[in-house]
Design a binder for this molecule. Structure first.
Ligand code: NI
Length: 272
């Protein structure tokens, strides 16, 4: 793996802990970005991970034969191992360690590919609302990397400063439809009328901990808005009593059905 080139300033580390987000200029090279875009487009063309429920529609009901509103791939580096040995990955590992210590390790990645002229926002949410309600992390963060320049018009990140200090707020499935994977903050749960809007260049990144409220607008441009997200956290700590993320318990998605079928098929294979 290449050696990392990013060294965070004390001001950036302070901003992360005080505001709950900050952005950085490119953490990869233009040459690597060309390769990353090709890998990314190939994975979405192949619908990598579809059979295991790892390629799915984040904002629609994900029915067979329907074009996804907001295609997402979980764990793209499982399907393209060359993502692991990039300068981008080395720099993200270094950023997480500099912010939250050497125990804050890479735990997974995902990709959200907002199609051209897509009417779908990624609604306001806290990432932790998607996670298990019986587990906590001393530190958990996401590094969000667009593979083209992003601004408000094609879906750059927007954050509510200071919201990382809140508990996990009530969420619901998009459209209140438990067949849809994506979550949305309940109306009125927090004032989201004054976001910090973070346009950044291709290969730059925004960094936020797991409770910072964030949103991206619809992609009104004629090009796809490719975002690659890397997740880091410290060792999980089991809570003595689970919180109640009831919005996850109500879910019944086609993606989860495919994942269950794939797991059952695998178990069958081991038996045979
Ligand atoms: Ni998120």
């Amino acid at each position: 793996m290449p050696s990392p080139t990013v060294r965070l300033s004390p001001e950036q580390i302070t901003a992360y802990h005080a505001q709950g987000y900050f952005s950085l200029p490119p953490i990869t090279t233009p040459e690597e970005l060309v390769k990353l875009r090709a890998i990314y487009d190939r994975l979405f063309e192949q619908r990598a991970g579809h059979a295991e429920g790892n390629h799915f529609d984040l904002a629609g009901i994900d029915e067979a034969g329907q074009a996804p509103v907001l295609p997402q791939i979980l764990g793209p580096s499982k399907y393209a191992p060359e993502l692991v040995t990039t300068l981008l990955r080395a720099n993200c590992d270094a950023i997480a360690a500099q912010l939250c210590g050497p125990e804050c390790l890479f735990r997974g990645d995902h990709a959200i590919n907002k199609p051209p002229h897509s009417p779908a926002p990624t609604p306001w949410h806290q990432d932790e609302a998607y996670w298990s309600d019986d587990t906590l992390y001393a530190h958990a963060l996401s590094i969000w990397v667009p593979f083209q320049d992003v601004n408000e018009a094609n879906g750059c990140m927007q954050f509510i400063p200071g919201s990382h200090k809140l508990e996990v707020l009530p969420h619901h499935s998009i459209n209140n439809d438990p067949r849809i994977h994506g979550l949305e903050l309940d109306a009125g749960a927090c004032d989201v009328s004054h976001p910090a809007i973070c346009p950044i260049p291709a290969g730059g990144c925004t960094i936020h901990p797991s409770r910072t409220l964030h949103y991206t607008a619809p992609n009104r441009s004629a090009a796809p808005r490719r975002a690659y997200i890397l997740i880091y956290h410290t060792e999980p700590v089991k809570l003595p009593a689970a919180r109640n993320f009831y919005w996850n318990r109500a879910k019944h998605t086609a993606r989860e059905e495919r994942a269950q079928a794939a797991r059952a098929g695998q178990a069958q294979g081991f038996k045979a």
